[in-house]
Structure formats: C-alpha cells, structure tokens
Design a protein around this ligand. Structure first.
Ligand SMILES: [Zn+2]
Length: 413
C-alpha cells in the first residue's frame, strides 16, 4: 500500500458543523462522518464522491446528520459502535421533524433513514476492521457513550479523533492518546480552557441549593445525548424532588442497553430510577411542583424546557442553569447575552436568574495540546473548529508540523 494519502474535507474543517472527511488510500476510498449544521437554515456538507466504507465516530448531528443521503446514493457499509447506532435513528427522525416545523426542505425521508440503518455494522473499541491491506481500529474517544476515534493503519498510522474529551466524566472514561504518525484532531475548544470539573459541579450544586432554598425552581436545559445523563448522575446524589423531560429520557434507556460503554451503568440506572420521568402531559404539572427539572433542548431551541420556562419566566426566585455551550444565534445565547427568550414566537423578558456551568464534553486547549504531544505524530491536521490558528501556533512552537486545511481543498498526508 502506498503511503501517500489524499484527503479532502467535504465540510466541517473550518467550523463546528457538517463534518465530512474523504480519504483516498491508494485504491481504497473512505468517508469519515457526514454531518449537518442544525442552523437556520441548516447547512450541509459537499456532495460525497463514491466511497468503499463509511466510519461514524459518534451520533451527534454535526457528525451524522446527512448519512441517510450517503446510503441512498451508495451501497456501502457504515461502521459505528452499538450505542451510536441505537441513538442514530432517534436523532435523524427528529431532524426531519424539526425541518418540517421550521419550514426548511426535508433533507431526507424516513425510508432513507431505514435504508441507512440496514447498512450499518456495529464495531467495538479495540477490535479492528480489515479492509484489504488496511486496518481500522476504533478507540474510546471519551466524548459521549459509544464515541470512537479511528486509527487507520497501513504502513503508517493515521488517527481521526472525531470529538474527544480526555477528562473523566461521570458518564464515560476520558480518552487516552494513541501513538500515531498523523493526527487529525478536533479543535472545538482551541484557545479556550475549561474550569476544573469538580469546581463546576460544586458551584452547580451550590446554586441549586440556593435556588431551592429561596423557594424557586431550578430548570436545567441539557442536550439529549450525553449531557442529560451526565447531569442526572451529578444530581442523583442529592435529595431534591428531581424530574427529567424530553428526548434525553429515551437516550438514557438506549445507553443503558450498552452498559460496557458507560463508566458505571449501575450508577446511571440508579439515577434513572431515582429521578422522576415526565411520561405524559399531566406529569408536567407535577414536575412544576418539584424542585429541579432537567429538560431538552440544551440551547432552548425547542423541546419541553420551553414549557417550564414559560411557566416560571416571571419568577425571580427560579433559575435557568445552562449546562452547555450556547452557539451564536440560538435562543440560549439570546438568553445569556440579553436576558430575553423567544417563547412560542414571541420575544419575552425572563425574570429568572440565568447561570452557565461548563459541563463540556470536549477537551480544552491544554488538553488538546497534551493529547497531541502524547500521540507524538509527525504531522497534525486540525479540523472541526473556528479558532484553529491559535492551537496551530501553540503546536508549531512545540515543533509539530501543523496543517489547517480548508473545506473542499485536497491535500496529501
Ligand atoms: Zn459531539
């Protein structure tokens, strides 16, 4: 096998969204991810040329959201871990629903999702996939349950990280660096550091104590996949009247079907059994009488969380405790910056206290640098971030060869 590899990002090199990396290793053509940017309107990656196999690192839509288009055009195997495959249809059907609600063109049909799922093959960490003379080995990426990095081995090793987190969270063990010749690394948090996780947790719990103590409710918006479960694990040790609502409930059950991918399935099961679940509309009234409500969506772009906020918006004793990064242009960002929210089409002032807690599932700047140093590559390719130059500088100062490719531009590695 020739060691020359041609690479092209079909999207997601320069931004967080619509990721797709097309690799040509001699005769073999591989696609890594094929995502969507859930903006308004949604953004898509470039059209993918024919490929032999597709690898998906994890289920988040910026990595997976356009895969149905691949399987409707090409008869090709799509590899991912079982937790990823279990959650994938849920997110894809939701994408159709959201596009419909917001009046944007439907990017694919339900039949195309079904067709995609028929072409998937489950893989496991550490178990290599043979493709001719090439081997692809999945490794734990530490981002969410089932998240994988892929190591492509011919006469060299290329590591594609997807999204990574090296710090241990309650939900999953952090990732470990892998010795490699070429490192293709995400850069979501390039130039930014996270506060220490135990400090964030302490402050989060203190704030909840304060809010509940003054007679308010704590509303905790959380992403369905990963964050809801992490917050459940943080809160399950506390003696509050706790509720969970939204898509996160289903995802918790799907994750529990794959206990090997969790740091402690026992603890997650305990948390699920302790935290009350909103199953029907009338449960929402009961949840509003409780003390803490975890609900989707994480950026307040829809979902049951808006129902709760709508009820409590005039109550200064209550608080909205954001647990994830709020992207520019989202409702959650509007709340953070200006104290207003769009609720059912109307912009309203929110009297609740608003706080942000950094429960990120991505490695921060220093952790990315450490990961790169320990992987000890000859060449680093930075992707999936809008601030890559800062990290590139830092890595070049440590004598690494660093590439920051543009979308659509072919380069050899
Ligand atoms: Zn992700």
């Amino acid at each position: 096998m020739s060691s020359k590899v041609e690479a092209t990002f079909l999207g997601g090199a320069e931004e967080i969204g619509s990721l797709g990396l097309y690799l040509r290793l001699g005769e073999l053509r591989l696609l890594f991810e094929y995502g969507i940017t859930p903006s308004k309107p949604p953004a898509y990656p470039m059209h993918a040329p024919p490929m032999d196999s597709v690898f998906l690192t994890h289920v988040h839509l910026d990595h997976s959201g356009m895969l149905p288009r691949i399987s409707s055009e090409y008869d090709v195997n799509i590899y991912a871990t079982q937790p990823t495959l279990d959650v994938l249809p849920l997110l894809l059907y939701d994408t159709i629903k959201v596009a419909d609600l917001e009046g944007f063109p439907i990017p694919f049909t339900k039949e195309e999702v079904e067709n995609l799922m028929e072409n998937t093959i489950p893989i496991d960490y550490g178990k290599s996939i043979e493709l001719g003379s090439i081997e692809v080995v999945p490794h734990n990426a530490g981002h969410i349950p089932g998240s994988a990095m892929y190591q492509i081995k011919d006469d060299r090793s290329i590591l594609f990280t997807g999204d990574i987190q090296s710090v241990n969270t309650h939900l999953v063990w952090g990732t470990k660096p892998i010795k490699t010749d070429v490192l293709i690394m995400e850069t979501t948090y390039a130039g930014r550091e996270h506060p220490k996780r135990d400090e964030v947790e302490k402050q989060f719990l203190e704030k909840i104590e304060e809010v509940v103590g003054r007679g308010g409710k704590a509303i905790v918006p959380a992403f369905a996949v990963g964050r809801t479960q992490e917050i459940m694990l943080v809160l399950a040790t506390q003696e509050y009247d706790l509720w969970v609502d939204g898509m996160g409930r289903f995802v918790t059950n799907l994750f529990l079907q794959n206990p090997a991918y969790l740091r402690s399935a026992k603890k997650l099961k305990k948390a699920r059994n302790k935290i009350k679940t909103v199953r029907k509309r009338s449960d929402r009234r009961k949840a509003l009488k409780g003390e803490v409500i975890i609900a989707t969506s994480g950026m307040l772009e829809g979902g049951p969380v808006l129902h709760y906020i709508n009820h409590l918006k005039n109550d200064p004793k209550s608080a909205i405790l954001l647990t994830g990064y709020q992207v520019e242009g989202t409702n959650g960002r509007l709340l953070m910056d200006r104290g207003i929210l769009e609720l059912y089409g109307i912009k309203e002032k929110i009297d609740c206290e608003v706080n942000f807690f950094d429960f990120s599932a991505h490695a921060g700047h220093s952790e990315l640098v450490e990961f790169a140093e320990k992987s000890d590559p000859e060449k680093i390719i930075l992707m999936h971030g809008d601030n890559r130059e800062v990290l590139a500088e830092d890595l070049k100062n440590r004598d690494f060869e660093v590439v920051i490719p543009k979308n659509g531009e072919s380069f050899s590695i």
